[in-house]
Write a new protein. Sequence first.
Length: 357
Amino acid sequence: MQRVFHLDNQDGEETLHALDQAAGTELWHVAIDTVAKDSQSLPGPRSTPLYDNARIYAQSCRGELQCRAAGGGGLLWHVHYVTNFGAVFIGEKGAAQGAARHGYNGSPVIDGDHLITLAGGTNGASLLCLDKLTGKVVWQSQDDAAAYAPPVVATLGGRRQIIAFTCAGLIGVDRRDGKLLWRVPMTTTFSRHVTTPTIAGDMVMVSSHEFGLTGVRVTSSDSGTKFHAERAWTSKEAAINFSSPVVVDGFLYGMGPAKNLICVEAATGKLQWSKTGYSVSDAGKAHASFLVMGKNLLLLTDGGLLVLVAADPKEFREISRAQVCGKTWCNPAYAGGRLYLRDGKELVSVAMMPGNP
């Protein structure tokens, strides 16, 4: 049986649900933590469940990470970033930064036999590599507090590494043992570092509404034993707030600061084109989710509009559109010819026709 998993707020508890993929009927649900409330958005979970080989991994805003059996929801193991790894969650108090302020947003990632997550422990447990079957620590690394972006796994300079956008900046650590390979400091007010690190060649791109979209070039020498990372370019006109971009053939596509869709050349930071009219939110809260569909981009706007556009750096071309839900900041998931998405009221399954949403 194919299943759909999602998190929501049920009576003040962050709740993990499993649904039958064909019918949409619920198979089981289980609470994983109490909700965290703040003034920035509705209370509830802010990360995406992760499925791998009959297991489902769910993370709460407060730092509870659970592994459950996909078949019935039984708990297999769990850890807590605060109680087990010395991280901090205090909410909107004083000068709290990143996840300590608004909760854990960046979902973990599976790589081989391991689960990689940004716990944010400032005592050498910022990045964790866990055995995905048992939850046991394989290694832990660095002292950075967690921001809101998930870690990514990529090969740069001939070395497989984990790249993380933390409260302190952009870092790369060795995938094998967590050894720090390079670091580029980046600090902002309240550490609102949200965008998933996006990679094109030797360029790693992240963004903040304060410093703008930035490309960091990572190179290696001495047969890949030494690494060097530096800012290659920064674009304030292409500053992305909290909507993660995507890359196709060396060009980045995302949601810019003026509620505008943008295309940026990854190598230089040059703005190729900009197109307004795809957000219903205030400029500071404009959002769109992006999926790469071959040579096209499928984007879900914050107004619930599903749009297929060409991934063409020469010009903006909309191919088709459909209104599929209400206002949303949730990222959709695509599998088996169907798109699964949600707004503040319901979960929706959309059948995808070839070439059209």
